[in-house]
Design a binder for this molecule. Structure first.
Ligand code: MG
Length: 304
């Protein structure tokens, strides 16, 4: 278990002048886009209430409905509801999910210790795809497929800083990469290890239904290079790291991926997992906490 490296503890949120933009927003109606919110710390949710699904801005214990997705032009509709009266959903529905493997120094050190070798830092980011159909939201169960139980497959959580793209992006540079980011959220890159090692590709190891929980909110205005990331199973801290331990930081990831793949609004990038992930089994509760965002919590059940 690797716990420590809390380089981002005690702050690290790169947010200045937020009150200026709050005044612009004014809490009233009026068209705006996330671009105006980038310098603030706006917290976006997607939720179900009274049989309908909406996007909204969370302020205190209330969520204020907006007319469109946060990466589109939207207005506040004037409808608000208490957070306790809604069911939070995955905060976006991505067209694609890109995840980065082998991207924390602490994770690589753990891998090296298993084989008695040196830390092998990848020269470039190592992306792979997860399917949008594997996305679930806060408090939704992670369902272990029947074959996991029958074959005795090891399934582990992977706590990850997760980027949400805000506008179309092709050939970003490291200088402008974060201009394309709406905000950050928590992600869990659930991984079936035996399938990851034994199959030709990672299709079911990483993309079985429910293997991509994200949420609870997308938060703008945070510095993704300097946040504390924590993974827990049944309340026990399994993984903890500052995101400054990323081998390839968010700017470099976006530059590398967008050199060949167009990123679209709502797309999601899971940026890698630190330390040593922990096993998850039926009956467990797994949490991913990201500083400034909150905690993504999911129970684990088994398919009957
Ligand atoms: Mg991962």
């Amino acid at each position: 278990m690797a716990v420590g490296g809390s380089a981002a503890a005690g702050g690290g949120i790169g947010c200045k002048g937020r009150r200026v933009n709050d005044m612009i927003m004014g809490g009233n109606l009026g068209i705006q886009t996330f671009q105006e919110d980038l310098r603030t710390m706006t917290k976006y949710a997607r939720y179900e209430h009274d049989g309908g699904v909406s996007y909204g801005i969370v302020e205190g214990n209330d969520v204020h409905e907006i007319s469109a997705a946060p990466y589109e032009e939207y207005e506040r509709t004037g409808h608000s509801v208490g957070l306790g009266d809604v069911r939070l959903l995955a905060p976006v529905m991505p067209g694609k999910i890109i995840a980065i493997g082998r991207n924390y120094v602490s994770h690589l050190a753990h891998s090296a210790s298993l084989v008695g070798g040196d830390i092998d830092l990848p020269k470039v980011p190592e992306p792979f795809f997860k399917t949008p159909s594997s996305v679930v939201g806060p408090n939704d169960p992670i369902v272990l497929p029947r074959e996991v139980t029958e074959e005795g497959v090891l399934v582990e959580e992977e706590a990850e800083l997760t980027l949400v793209i805000g506008k179309r992006c092709r050939r970003a540079t490291q200088e402008d990469a974060l201009d394309y980011v709406l905000g950050v959220t928590c992600g869990n890159d659930v991984s079936a290890r035996n399938w990851q090692r034994g199959d030709l590709s990672w299709w079911r190891a990483k993309s079985s239904d429910t293997f991509s929980p994200i949420g609870p909110y997308v938060v703008t205005g945070l510095d993704p290079d300097n946040l504390l990331l924590t993974g827990r199973v049944n309340g026990e801290v399994i993984q903890q790291s500052g995101t400054d331990d990323l081998a390839h930081n968010c700017r470099r990831i976006i530059e590398f991926v967008s050199s060949v793949v167009t990123l679209e609004p709502g797309d999601v990038i899971m940026t890698g997992t630190p330390g040593e992930p922990g096993e998850i089994k039926r009956g467990d509760v797994v949490e991913v906490e990201l500083e400034g965002v909150g905690t993504l919590s999911n129970p684990v059940i088994a398919e009957e």
